[in-house]
Design a protein around this ligand. Sequence first.
Ligand code: GP9
Length: 366
Amino acid sequence: NDDEITSINNWLEKNSENNIPSSEYKFLAGLAKDKNVIAIQFESLENILINQSYYNQEITPNINSILKSSIYFNNIYDQVREGNSSDAEYMFNTSIYPISNGSTFLRFGNNKYNSLPFILNSYGFTSIAIHGDDKEFWNRDRVYPALGFNGYIHEDNFSYKKIDGMGIADESLFLQTYDELKKLRNPYYMFVITLTSHMPFNISDDFRYLELPNTDYSCNYLQSIHYTDKVLGDFFDKLDENGMLDNTIFIIYGDHEGVHKYYDTYLPDNNGRVPFIIYIPGIDGFVVDKIGGQIDMMPTLLYLLGIDENDYNKSLMGNNLFSSSPGSVLLPSGDIIGKTENEDHLNNANLISDLIIKGNYFSINK
Ligand code: GP9
């Protein structure tokens, strides 16, 4: 109804005031203009693993090396709710909080948004999603077209079909992704969802490359992440050797916590964080320690891509992480972490996202 639409409009309007770029980061505006986008949603990747060795072995050597030419956000919180991995996909591609009850993908699979694929497509991109699992899992076969993806490649379409754990092994996923990229003309947006490091983390012996003392959950988790880091690194190197990274930004982020989400572990505390990494060819890498959440990934990316602010400023619930506003994040528990000037605004966020989703707000207000 009209009152609800007014509250949504007001909230979004107020939110857009937090997007004024800080002078420190102004040089980044449009730095990645016209580049292809490859985004990897990495299953169960926690922030504590980045740049760390356990049992004297680097767990993510390939990601660590990619960081040399990346912007690394190391204070980003996992904000997924009951939709779990699909909520991370949802936030990355819409910058709207997931529904507070149930899974947004399952309950509201046909909803429209001012999504990342729709915005990029209007700038001439082709947007494709790829995942090595059953096409209907999390309702993706309905949701991806609704989000504006021009194509969705799922396990039935794969020519590489090594299986491990829950679905097609990530090695095959990346081989398939490479083949699909070769078919696309620039610019493209390829959204890749990995799977092998899914709980309970008992990957097959062939894929265990670390020397670890036992096979408890913590060690198995490290093995699983290390495996996906390895095949991701092979993919990255192949793109590099073929000149395909020169005009591409390469994003890696964790969908939600891994071993800390499901098990008792002796690994150091992860404090609910996932890494968010943006590789941009030719830059000297640096760390941004501002507090944020998965909701902020899309506006941050749009800023780097030089997308006109008018195309998205009043349709997203997250904020550009390069803005001058103090960092803060609303967790699914309702807790807020970070500077709290924004407290009332953030406290209302879930009320607003529920209204947006239930009313399919963007189908009428576009
Ligand atoms: C399923 C995969 C895992 O295809 O993305 O989802 P999760 O169980 O982590 O939500």
